[in-house]
Design a protein around this ligand. Structure first.
Ligand code: QAP
Ligand code: CO
Length: 163
């Protein structure tokens, strides 16, 4: 799979819910996981590979070997609290990193690959990766989570790099 790079318009679209988890979907997810790992990413959302559906894959930070992957389908953030600054990058904006604001803790409800409802209450890096990938499903890229001043400077830099 090809990772779409800013300013590809697919990155700014809203995604629709996943309707059914069939064999075809499961193999798509598996290729996305391989694509994320090949790019040395920690998270990858479906629109980043041109699929306008509400799911993403990311590393499981509870697994110290980083061998496990989490797949969240039709996620919803059901609780959020606190605020932290998180230094982020994005596979769709390669080479650029900046601090953004995120919730410190969230509760996120979703479905897994077996169709079972799952609820995570992550903190730290797992919480910010979930929030970053969740934003992609609404066409939101991480500069949207910067202060306006920082965002203006950052957008000038990336618009110069990716035109
Ligand atoms: C989102 O991003 C994230 O620029 C996942 O040259 C990142 O996996 C959430 C990457 C940080 C929270 C904190 C970026 C790889 C990977 C690059 C990624 C690059 C190579 C980004
Ligand atoms: Co991203």
């Amino acid at each position: 799979m090809d990772i779409k790079i800013y300013p590809d318009p697919v990155l700014l679209k809203n995604c629709v819910s996943v309707e059914k988890v069939d064999d075809n979907f499961i193999s798509t997810v598996s290729i996305m996981v391989d694509t994320m790992r090949a790019a040395e990413g920690i998270g990858l959302a479906a629109p980043q590979v041109g699929i306008l559906q509400r799911f993403f894959v990311c590393l499981d930070f509870d697994d110290e070997n980083k061998e496990k992957t989490i797949v969240l389908i039709n996620p919803e953030i059901t609780k959020m609290e606190g605020r932290i600054e998180s230094k982020e990058g994005c596979l769709s904006i390669p080479g650029f990193y900046e601090y953004v604001y995120r919730y410190e803790k969230i509760e996120i409800k979703a479905y897994d690959l077996t169709g079972k409802e799952v609820i995570y209450v992550p903190d730290g890096i797992q919480s910010v990766v979930f929030q970053h990938e969740f934003d992609h499903l609404d066409g939101i890229l991480f500069p949207e989570r910067m202060s306006q001043i920082k965002k203006d400077i950052f957008m000038k830099k990336i618009n110069k790099e990716f035109k």
